[in-house]
Ligand binder design. Structure first.
Ligand code: NDP
Ligand code: 2IT
Length: 449
């Protein structure tokens, strides 16, 4: 391994021993950019890598709220403002009981690279809280969001830092967060949050953007290998924002989606998933995916018990992990390959453990890497910011067309980079190298900051 990379990785491990997700994300990038670092020995003197992996700022704060029983509950809030190198800090907020500093740092780090690939002027950030929205009333969600924003508001702004959604944060939460921001600041600042409702400054297609974008990227990757989505069997983990709209677009392209999941289990409907029902259960009733089999008795339900998700045991041509990090273990990867999978599309951030990705690539499975393949969401967030600045709204077709172009361009960038560095179908390394090159040039240009 390149000596400079090795030195940086060793230091990183010493300093962040308890942050396994953050270490994993940085290690993946640094080990794949070796050919670039070999060509730029001058980066060591200006500590380019050390600066790129160290967040500009980490904010943690107390978030107290009163639940419906009148009890006061205290959670921890985070915002990691990782990089403002190429634009205002930009990235989602995650509300999930598992949230900790390591997870927010890994997500913030990934976001810098993803955002660079979109070609739009957005830096990288992530935030959230260890608050679990499941089973909470609307009032509880509102009070929590208001408390969260009461602290966060002093750190964000349309040209400073622009949060959006992620796991557990969708249009409802963004609405409450936006309302509280506006109330405290006493001004309408549309571009301070994205993923807003359409009636007060949101963009058409933002809701669909990550899932649609994932399928646009997959379409390009398959086309480059003389394949299409038509007639392919697809399994999609998760049943949230990304999974639902990936499913919708895959169906439009003639794929047969046979399985979806949530954290408790997965449904397998060999006749094809009834997406309207999934939307009703998840978007309207906020229920469990297992409810699907109550009206579709021919479908099967497999509970998620051990470490491996049961969805990856189902035979499929294309697997789309759209739930969370490290959801594809090496066991699951082996099972997918054994069952004849041809392509993996990462809708979630870092859904494959390192060994799983390596196993797929070794077996010539196409992997659409998260930083490239799920960039459609943040890209349309940037388009939402543009519309807020222009005070003018684009039509559904215009935004969708823009998304399609952006995803096609991101695939082209991956392809040209892989050709340049002889990486074959390793788009994982190609995406990292393409993003890194752009960021490194911007860092050199801006001096030691
Ligand atoms: P949602 O909250 O809408 O949905 C998340 C889905 O994943 C739910 O079905 C949830 O099940 C499942 N899930 C969450 N955590 C776990 C877990 N620990 N184990 C198993 N299943 C889990 O989130 P999104 O759809 O927005 O996000 C999904 C993924 O996509 C995340 O990795 C996110 O970072 C990434 N992403 C999101 C973007 C966006 O625009 N929203 C953009 C780019 C990436 P349950 O309900 O049971 O918890
Ligand atoms: O991981 C992601 O890219 C997101 N959750 C979306 C971020 C955004 O700012 O739209």
């Amino acid at each position: 391994m390149n000596k400079y990379i090795k030195k940086v990785l060793n230091r990183l491990k010493e300093k962040n021993i308890n942050e396994s997700e953050y270490l994993q994300a940085v290690e993946e990038v640094l080990t794949s950019i070796e050919p670039v670092i070999n060509n730029h020995p001058e980066y060591e003197k200006i500590a380019l890598l050390e600066r790129m992996i160290e967040p500009e700022r980490i904010i943690t704060f107390r978030v107290p709220y009163v639940n419906d029983k009148g009890q006061t509950i205290v959670h921890r809030g985070y915002r990691v403002q990782f990089s403002s190198l190429i634009g205002p800090y930009k990235g989602g907020l995650r509300f999930h009981q598992s949230v900790n500093q390591s997870i927010i740092k890994f997500l913030g780090f990934e976001q810098i690279f993803k955002n660079a690939l979109t070609g739009l002027p957005i830096g990288g950030a992530k935030g959230g809280s260890d608050f679990d929205p499941k089973g909470k009333s609307d009032d509880e969600i509102m009070r929590f969001c208001q408390s969260f924003m009461t602290e966060l508001q002093r750190h964000i702004g349309a040209d400073v830092d622009v949060p959006a959604g992620d796991i557990g944060v969708g249009e409802r939460e963004i609405g409450y967060l936006f309302g509280q921001y506006k109330r405290i600041k006493d001004r309408y600042e549309g571009g301070v949050l994205t993923g807003k409702g359409l009636s007060y400054g949101g963009s058409l297609v933002r809701k669909e953007a990550t899932g649609f974008g994932l399928i646009y990227f997959m379409r390009e990757m398959l086309a480059n290998n003389n394949q299409t989505l038509e007639g392919k069997t697809v399994t999609i983990s998760g049943a949230g924002n990304v999974a639902i709209y990936a499913c919708q677009k895959a169906l439009e392209y003639g794929a047969n989606v046979v399985a979806m999941s949530d954290s408790t289990g997965c449904i397998y409907d060999k006749n094809g998933i009834d997406l309207q029902l999934v939307k009703q259960i998840k978007e309207v009733e906020r229920g469990r995916i297992s409810e699907y089999i109550e009206s579709h008795t021919e479908a099967e339900y497999f509970e998620h018990t051990g470490e491996d998700s049961p969805i990856w045991n189902i035979k499929t041509d294309i697997a789309l992990p759209c739930a969370t990090q490290n959801e594809i273990t090496l066991n699951s990867a082996k099972k997918l390959v054994e069952n004849g999978v041809i392509a993996i599309g990462e809708g979630a951030n870092m859904p494959c453990i390192k060994e799983a990705t390596e196993y797929f690539l070794k077996n010539n499975i196409l992997v659409a890497p998260a930083k490239a393949a799920n960039a459609g969401g943040v890209a349309i967030s940037a388009v939402e910011m543009s519309q807020n600045s222009m005070r003018y709204y684009m039509t559904f077709e215009e935004v969708d067309q823009k998304l399609n172009e952006i995803m096609t361009d991101i695939f082209k960038t991956c392809k040209t980079t892989s050709d340049k560095y002889n990486l074959g179908n390793n788009y994982v390394s190609a995406a990292n190298i393409a993003a890194f090159t752009k960021l490194a040039n911007a860092m050199v240009a801006q001096g030691i900051v």
